[in-house]
Design a binder for this molecule. Structure first.
Ligand SMILES: Nc1ncnc2c1ncn2[C@@H]1O[C@H](COP(=O)(O)OP(=O)(O)OP(=O)(O)O)[C@@H](O)[C@H]1O
Length: 246
Protein backbone atom coordinates (compact mmCIF):
# COMPACT_ATOMS: atom_id res chain seq x y z
CA UNK A 1 0.00 0.00 0.00
CA UNK A 2 1.75 3.08 -1.20
CA UNK A 3 -0.84 5.72 -0.46
CA UNK A 4 -1.93 6.93 2.97
CA UNK A 5 -5.62 7.26 2.20
CA UNK A 6 -6.05 4.72 -0.58
CA UNK A 7 -7.95 1.46 -0.62
CA UNK A 8 -6.09 -1.76 -1.07
CA UNK A 9 -7.04 -5.39 -0.83
CA UNK A 10 -4.80 -8.38 -1.22
CA UNK A 11 -5.62 -12.02 -1.97
CA UNK A 12 -9.28 -11.70 -0.98
CA UNK A 13 -11.20 -14.98 -1.05
CA UNK A 14 -15.00 -15.11 -0.82
CA UNK A 15 -17.08 -18.27 -1.06
CA UNK A 16 -20.79 -18.92 -0.67
CA UNK A 17 -20.79 -22.37 0.89
CA UNK A 18 -18.78 -24.51 -1.51
CA UNK A 19 -19.11 -21.99 -4.31
CA UNK A 20 -16.02 -19.78 -4.73
CA UNK A 21 -16.87 -16.24 -5.89
CA UNK A 22 -13.45 -14.57 -5.39
CA UNK A 23 -10.28 -16.66 -5.61
CA UNK A 24 -7.62 -14.28 -4.30
CA UNK A 25 -8.32 -10.79 -5.60
CA UNK A 26 -5.95 -7.85 -5.17
CA UNK A 27 -7.02 -4.32 -6.12
CA UNK A 28 -5.84 -0.81 -5.28
CA UNK A 29 -7.47 2.60 -5.58
CA UNK A 30 -5.62 5.82 -4.79
CA UNK A 31 -7.33 9.07 -3.76
CA UNK A 32 -8.33 11.04 -6.85
CA UNK A 33 -8.26 7.91 -9.01
CA UNK A 34 -11.21 6.43 -10.90
CA UNK A 35 -10.79 2.69 -11.23
CA UNK A 36 -13.20 0.39 -13.03
CA UNK A 37 -13.64 -3.36 -12.57
CA UNK A 38 -14.99 -5.03 -15.68
CA UNK A 39 -16.45 -8.48 -15.75
CA UNK A 40 -19.32 -10.54 -17.09
CA UNK A 41 -22.38 -11.61 -15.10
CA UNK A 42 -21.29 -13.74 -12.18
CA UNK A 43 -17.58 -12.79 -12.43
CA UNK A 44 -17.60 -11.71 -8.78
CA UNK A 45 -17.85 -7.90 -9.09
CA UNK A 46 -20.61 -7.42 -6.51
CA UNK A 47 -18.97 -9.96 -4.21
CA UNK A 48 -15.80 -7.87 -4.21
CA UNK A 49 -17.57 -4.60 -3.38
CA UNK A 50 -19.75 -6.29 -0.78
CA UNK A 51 -16.71 -7.91 0.86
CA UNK A 52 -14.92 -4.56 0.99
CA UNK A 53 -18.04 -2.96 2.47
CA UNK A 54 -18.28 -5.70 5.12
CA UNK A 55 -21.57 -7.00 3.78
CA UNK A 56 -20.28 -10.46 2.95
CA UNK A 57 -17.51 -12.20 4.92
CA UNK A 58 -14.16 -12.91 3.30
CA UNK A 59 -12.48 -16.22 4.08
CA UNK A 60 -8.97 -14.96 3.40
CA UNK A 61 -7.09 -11.83 2.47
CA UNK A 62 -6.37 -8.34 3.71
CA UNK A 63 -8.32 -5.12 3.18
CA UNK A 64 -6.96 -1.73 4.15
CA UNK A 65 -8.09 1.87 3.92
CA UNK A 66 -4.90 3.83 4.36
CA UNK A 67 -3.28 2.05 7.30
CA UNK A 68 -6.58 0.93 8.82
CA UNK A 69 -7.50 -2.75 8.46
CA UNK A 70 -11.12 -3.21 7.34
CA UNK A 71 -11.25 -6.97 7.53
CA UNK A 72 -13.86 -8.09 10.09
CA UNK A 73 -15.17 -4.57 10.79
CA UNK A 74 -18.99 -4.28 10.68
CA UNK A 75 -20.38 -2.34 7.70
CA UNK A 76 -21.14 0.88 9.60
CA UNK A 77 -17.58 1.02 10.94
CA UNK A 78 -16.25 0.64 7.41
CA UNK A 79 -18.38 3.60 6.30
CA UNK A 80 -17.12 5.60 9.28
CA UNK A 81 -13.55 4.70 8.32
CA UNK A 82 -14.14 6.36 4.93
CA UNK A 83 -15.27 3.65 2.50
CA UNK A 84 -18.81 4.09 1.15
CA UNK A 85 -20.81 1.84 -1.18
CA UNK A 86 -23.54 2.86 -3.60
CA UNK A 87 -25.23 -0.54 -3.99
CA UNK A 88 -26.75 -1.98 -7.13
CA UNK A 89 -30.36 -0.84 -7.25
CA UNK A 90 -29.46 2.40 -5.39
CA UNK A 91 -31.37 1.66 -2.18
CA UNK A 92 -32.75 5.16 -1.73
CA UNK A 93 -35.82 5.87 0.42
CA UNK A 94 -38.60 6.48 -2.08
CA UNK A 95 -40.99 8.21 0.32
CA UNK A 96 -38.43 10.75 1.52
CA UNK A 97 -37.36 13.91 -0.26
CA UNK A 98 -34.06 14.25 -2.05
CA UNK A 99 -32.58 16.29 0.76
CA UNK A 100 -33.84 13.93 3.47
CA UNK A 101 -32.19 11.06 1.60
CA UNK A 102 -28.94 13.01 1.35
CA UNK A 103 -28.89 13.97 5.02
CA UNK A 104 -29.42 10.33 6.03
CA UNK A 105 -25.95 9.63 4.65
CA UNK A 106 -24.35 11.85 7.30
CA UNK A 107 -24.91 9.55 10.25
CA UNK A 108 -21.46 9.23 11.75
CA UNK A 109 -20.21 11.90 14.13
CA UNK A 110 -17.45 12.88 11.70
CA UNK A 111 -19.92 13.17 8.81
CA UNK A 112 -22.43 15.17 10.87
CA UNK A 113 -19.76 17.74 11.65
CA UNK A 114 -19.27 18.27 7.91
CA UNK A 115 -22.93 17.92 6.96
CA UNK A 116 -23.61 21.41 5.60
CA UNK A 117 -20.30 21.59 3.82
CA UNK A 118 -20.82 18.17 2.21
CA UNK A 119 -24.39 19.00 1.25
CA UNK A 120 -23.11 22.08 -0.56
CA UNK A 121 -20.49 19.94 -2.28
CA UNK A 122 -23.08 17.37 -3.41
CA UNK A 123 -25.33 20.12 -4.77
CA UNK A 124 -22.39 21.69 -6.60
CA UNK A 125 -21.51 18.34 -8.20
CA UNK A 126 -25.13 17.48 -9.03
CA UNK A 127 -26.81 20.83 -9.77
CA UNK A 128 -29.96 19.00 -10.92
CA UNK A 129 -30.61 17.97 -7.32
CA UNK A 130 -30.73 21.56 -6.06
CA UNK A 131 -33.97 22.42 -7.81
CA UNK A 132 -35.39 19.04 -6.76
CA UNK A 133 -34.29 19.04 -3.16
CA UNK A 134 -37.88 18.84 -1.87
CA UNK A 135 -39.09 16.33 -4.45
CA UNK A 136 -40.10 12.87 -3.24
CA UNK A 137 -37.33 10.56 -4.39
CA UNK A 138 -39.47 7.84 -5.98
CA UNK A 139 -40.96 10.37 -8.42
CA UNK A 140 -37.55 11.09 -9.92
CA UNK A 141 -36.05 9.51 -13.03
CA UNK A 142 -33.65 6.59 -12.74
CA UNK A 143 -30.67 8.82 -13.51
CA UNK A 144 -31.69 11.37 -10.90
CA UNK A 145 -32.23 8.64 -8.30
CA UNK A 146 -28.75 7.38 -9.04
CA UNK A 147 -27.40 10.89 -8.37
CA UNK A 148 -29.26 10.91 -5.03
CA UNK A 149 -27.71 7.54 -4.14
CA UNK A 150 -24.22 8.80 -4.99
CA UNK A 151 -24.83 12.07 -3.15
CA UNK A 152 -26.03 10.20 -0.09
CA UNK A 153 -22.88 8.07 -0.06
CA UNK A 154 -20.79 11.24 -0.36
CA UNK A 155 -22.55 12.65 2.72
CA UNK A 156 -20.71 10.03 4.79
CA UNK A 157 -17.52 11.96 3.93
CA UNK A 158 -15.74 9.01 2.34
CA UNK A 159 -12.17 8.85 1.10
CA UNK A 160 -13.15 6.15 -1.38
CA UNK A 161 -16.52 5.65 -3.03
CA UNK A 162 -17.57 2.29 -4.50
CA UNK A 163 -20.38 1.99 -7.03
CA UNK A 164 -22.05 -1.23 -8.14
CA UNK A 165 -23.38 -0.99 -11.71
CA UNK A 166 -24.67 2.59 -11.49
CA UNK A 167 -25.56 2.58 -15.21
CA UNK A 168 -28.02 -0.30 -14.83
CA UNK A 169 -31.34 0.68 -16.41
CA UNK A 170 -30.07 4.04 -17.69
CA UNK A 171 -30.00 5.06 -21.35
CA UNK A 172 -26.55 5.61 -22.94
CA UNK A 173 -27.17 9.36 -22.76
CA UNK A 174 -28.02 9.34 -19.04
CA UNK A 175 -25.13 6.98 -18.44
CA UNK A 176 -22.65 9.38 -19.99
CA UNK A 177 -24.12 12.25 -17.96
CA UNK A 178 -23.78 10.15 -14.81
CA UNK A 179 -20.24 9.11 -15.69
CA UNK A 180 -19.24 12.72 -16.33
CA UNK A 181 -20.48 13.56 -12.85
CA UNK A 182 -18.34 10.72 -11.48
CA UNK A 183 -15.30 12.41 -12.97
CA UNK A 184 -16.26 15.61 -11.17
CA UNK A 185 -16.52 13.62 -7.93
CA UNK A 186 -13.08 12.15 -8.59
CA UNK A 187 -11.70 15.62 -9.26
CA UNK A 188 -12.60 16.59 -5.68
CA UNK A 189 -9.92 14.10 -4.59
CA UNK A 190 -12.10 11.09 -3.84
CA UNK A 191 -11.02 7.70 -5.09
CA UNK A 192 -13.71 5.79 -6.99
CA UNK A 193 -14.03 2.05 -7.47
CA UNK A 194 -16.62 1.46 -10.16
CA UNK A 195 -18.03 -1.93 -11.07
CA UNK A 196 -19.57 -2.01 -14.52
CA UNK A 197 -20.72 -4.23 -17.33
CA UNK A 198 -20.82 -1.17 -19.52
CA UNK A 199 -17.17 -1.54 -20.51
CA UNK A 200 -16.83 1.02 -23.28
CA UNK A 201 -18.38 3.97 -21.47
CA UNK A 202 -16.76 3.19 -18.14
CA UNK A 203 -13.27 2.77 -19.62
CA UNK A 204 -13.74 6.10 -21.39
CA UNK A 205 -13.97 7.91 -18.04
CA UNK A 206 -11.71 5.72 -15.89
CA UNK A 207 -8.03 6.16 -15.11
CA UNK A 208 -7.33 2.46 -14.67
CA UNK A 209 -9.15 -0.81 -15.00
CA UNK A 210 -9.08 -4.41 -13.80
CA UNK A 211 -10.53 -7.39 -15.63
CA UNK A 212 -12.32 -9.86 -13.36
CA UNK A 213 -13.14 -13.28 -14.69
CA UNK A 214 -14.44 -16.20 -12.70
CA UNK A 215 -13.37 -14.68 -9.40
CA UNK A 216 -9.86 -13.81 -10.54
CA UNK A 217 -8.16 -10.66 -11.78
CA UNK A 218 -6.88 -11.64 -15.21
CA UNK A 219 -5.50 -8.25 -16.24
CA UNK A 220 -5.14 -4.61 -15.30
CA UNK A 221 -3.85 -1.51 -17.05
CA UNK A 222 -4.44 2.15 -17.73
CA UNK A 223 -7.97 2.59 -19.06
CA UNK A 224 -6.79 3.94 -22.42
CA UNK A 225 -4.54 0.91 -22.91
CA UNK A 226 -7.39 -1.48 -22.09
CA UNK A 227 -9.66 0.31 -24.56
CA UNK A 228 -7.04 -0.09 -27.29
CA UNK A 229 -6.24 -3.73 -26.48
CA UNK A 230 -7.68 -6.08 -29.16
CA UNK A 231 -8.19 -8.91 -26.63
CA UNK A 232 -10.14 -6.58 -24.33
CA UNK A 233 -12.11 -5.27 -27.29
CA UNK A 234 -13.00 -8.80 -28.27
CA UNK A 235 -13.94 -10.01 -24.78
CA UNK A 236 -15.52 -6.92 -23.23
CA UNK A 237 -16.34 -4.43 -25.94
CA UNK A 238 -17.67 -6.78 -28.62
CA UNK A 239 -21.20 -6.70 -27.29
CA UNK A 240 -21.37 -2.93 -27.45
CA UNK A 241 -19.95 -2.86 -30.99
CA UNK A 242 -22.37 -5.55 -32.09
CA UNK A 243 -25.26 -3.66 -30.54
CA UNK A 244 -24.28 -0.48 -32.36
CA UNK A 245 -23.95 -2.35 -35.65
CA UNK A 246 -27.36 -3.93 -35.10
N1 LIG B 1 -25.65 -15.02 -1.80
C1 LIG B 1 -25.11 -15.88 -2.66
N2 LIG B 1 -25.22 -17.21 -2.48
C2 LIG B 1 -24.68 -18.08 -3.34
N3 LIG B 1 -23.98 -17.74 -4.44
C3 LIG B 1 -23.84 -16.43 -4.68
C4 LIG B 1 -24.40 -15.42 -3.82
N4 LIG B 1 -24.10 -14.19 -4.34
C5 LIG B 1 -23.39 -14.43 -5.45
N5 LIG B 1 -23.23 -15.76 -5.67
C6 LIG B 1 -22.50 -16.38 -6.78
O1 LIG B 1 -21.17 -15.90 -6.74
C7 LIG B 1 -20.69 -15.60 -8.06
C8 LIG B 1 -20.30 -14.14 -8.17
O2 LIG B 1 -21.48 -13.35 -8.05
P1 LIG B 1 -21.45 -11.76 -8.07
O3 LIG B 1 -22.85 -11.30 -7.83
O4 LIG B 1 -20.38 -11.28 -7.18
O5 LIG B 1 -21.03 -11.48 -9.57
P2 LIG B 1 -21.17 -10.16 -10.44
O6 LIG B 1 -19.95 -10.09 -11.26
O7 LIG B 1 -21.50 -9.02 -9.56
O8 LIG B 1 -22.42 -10.53 -11.35
P3 LIG B 1 -23.62 -9.59 -11.84
O9 LIG B 1 -23.05 -8.66 -12.81
O10 LIG B 1 -24.55 -10.61 -12.48
O11 LIG B 1 -24.21 -8.95 -10.61
C9 LIG B 1 -21.80 -16.01 -9.00
O12 LIG B 1 -21.55 -17.32 -9.46
C10 LIG B 1 -23.05 -15.99 -8.13
O13 LIG B 1 -24.00 -16.91 -8.58
Amino acid sequence: MSDDQGLSCRDVVVAYGQHPALRGVSVQVAPGELVVILGANGAGKSSLLNALAGLVPSQQGEMLLGQQPLTDLPPHRIVEAGLALVPEGRGIFGDLSVEENLRLGAYSERARKQEQQNLALVYSLFPKLVERRRQIARTMSGGEQQMVAIGRAMMSAPAILMLDEPSLGLSPLLTSELFRSLRRVRDTGLGILLVEQNARQSLAIADRGYLLENGEIIGSDQAAALLADPAVQHAYLGGAAAKRAG
